[in-house]
Design a binder for this molecule. Structure first.
Ligand code: SAM
Length: 421
């Protein structure tokens, strides 16, 4: 298991990666397992509404039984590739295998009654997306209300649909170790099906969409550090940072190292990158990824090791701040059930604190880039505005918000500020 994939143990995707790493499953079953787990987590609110229609609210359903019902209903109403009767049969058998013999009848009764109403329920589900979008698209209501007020019906619907669609896999070639030409040659040998992909901030021959591939951890090209898995949106902040060979750069929130290693590539490994992160475990991932990608110009250090001496003044600083992650909900399937409205206010204080910490460490004329993968103005333009109001020596040069429904990439916000004195 490569450290790039193992950033946090508790997220669904990471737990799934860990479980699948040792599971003896065919590639098809592996794909199905992934789809079932991620699908059930994504559509949990809508699935639970269906469960509530057929179960006694006075009797609490055990979590395992609820999960069996979710699994069965997901297969009936969201998956085409499993015949519904087979899905019901298998779910009931699975309930028994898990030791719930006496409750298998309940699971069977609920699922079979839904089998009889499939067409009617499909219509109800489609109507729900319009009349109750939070429930119909299985998102928290406060967040959908927030997006509706800001983006309107149509764009919010496209955003909700984006969040519920399995994400594509993208890679960035590591030119410190290879070239785009050599990488695609190796991919052909490894049975990786790819497409070149470009955005206005990436240029040519840098980013790829991986359309089909063997398990990524089995690829020598990944182990050898010939590429790094990252969405094209994550290349915008380093591009606006514009680090040059020989410069000194501070990447303040560096883990797991996607942007650090790209900045090193832009600098041709010449100069110095100080890569820090509050979380020492995640900082280890920066070290691992730098080693794998042949980055020798970056040093991974705990933030307390960076003192405000003049010798540590930086040409450029990147703050890829911790945020609510609302721009990457399609990749982090359980995020929508963790995120709280109050959390955004708390994050704002951290984000502003990071900007205040960075400001005195920048050389005169230096560049400060602030980025998040949030869609929320409270964490983006409003934070930058508040910082600028107290720092007259900084000016905003560029500001950009990437939106999934407009840019067809994960959501991201990037602001480039210049220190004028
Ligand atoms: N730049 C990384 C990349 O491209 O791979 C992603 C960074 S992630 C969005 C935010 C990181 O900020 C997390 O790794 C988290 O541990 C770190 N973090 C949170 N609070 C911090 C703080 N006060 N100082 C430094 N790092 C912090």
């Amino acid at each position: 298991m490569l450290s790039q994939r193992l950033t946090s143990r508790e997220y669904t995707e990471n737990l799934l990666d860990i479980a699948l790493a040792t599971a003896r499953l065919s590639p098809a079953d592996r794909g199905l397992c992934h789809e079932l787990v991620c699908g059930v987590v994504r559509w949990q609110a809508t699935l639970d509404r269906l469960i509530a229609r057929k179960t006694d609210p006075a009797r609490e359903l055990r979590p395992a039984l609820r999960n069996f019902l979710r699994l069965g209903l997901y297969q009936i109403f969201w998956l085409d590739r499993i015949p519904p009767h087979a899905a019901v049969h298998e779910t009931v058998e699975q309930t028994k295998r898990a030791g719930y013999h006496s409750q298998a009848g309940l699971i069977n009764a609920v699922l079979r009654s839904y089998l009889r109403e499939t067409d009617e329920i499909k219509k109800i589900l489609a109507d729900m997306k319009v009349s109750q979008p939070a429930l119909g698209w299985s998102h928290p209501e406060w967040l959908v209300d927030k997006w509706l007020a800001r983006f309107g019906d149509e764009k919010t619907r496209r955003l909700l649909e984006w969040d519920n669609t399995p994400p594509k896999t993208f890679a960035r070639v590591n030119t410190l170790k290879t070239t785009a030409g050599k990488l695609v040659e190796r991919w052909r040998e490894e049975n990786v099906d790819y497409d070149f992909t470009t955005r206005d901030w990436t240029g040519e021959n840098l980013a790829f969409e991986l359309k089909a591939h063997p398990p990524l951890n089995s690829l020598g090209s990944l182990r050898d550090g010939w590429f790094y898995l990252q969405d094209p949106s994550t290349l915008l902040a380093p591009s606006l940072l514009g680090a040059q060979p020989g410069e000194t750069v501070w990447d303040m929130c560096a883990a797991p190292g996607g942007k650090t290693t790209f900045i090193a590539q832009q600098m041709n490994n010449e100069g110095k990158i100080v890569a820090s992160d509050l979380d020492p475990n995640r900082l280890r991932l920066v070290k691992d990824n730098c080693a794998r990608l042949g980055v020798t110009s970056a040093e991974a250090v705990v933030p307390s090791a960076i003192t405000p001496r003049p010798s540590t003044a930086f040409d450029r600083i990147l703050i890829d701040a911790p945020c609510s992650n609302t721009g990457v909900m399609r990749r982090r399937v359980d995020l929508r059930w963790r995120i709280q409205a109050a959390e955004i206010e708390r994050l704002r204080a951290t984000q502003l604190g990071l900007l205040h910490e960075a400001a005195p460490r920048l050389k005169p004329g230096g560049i400060l880039v602030y980025s998040t993968c949030s869609l929320e103005p409270e964490e983006n333009s409003e934070v930058v505005k508040q910082f600028l109001a107290g720092h007259a020596s900084f000016t905003l040069e560029t500001e950009r918000q990437l939106l999934p429904f407009a840019d067809a990439v994960d959501g991201a916000y990037v602001a480039r500020l210049k220190h004028s004195t």
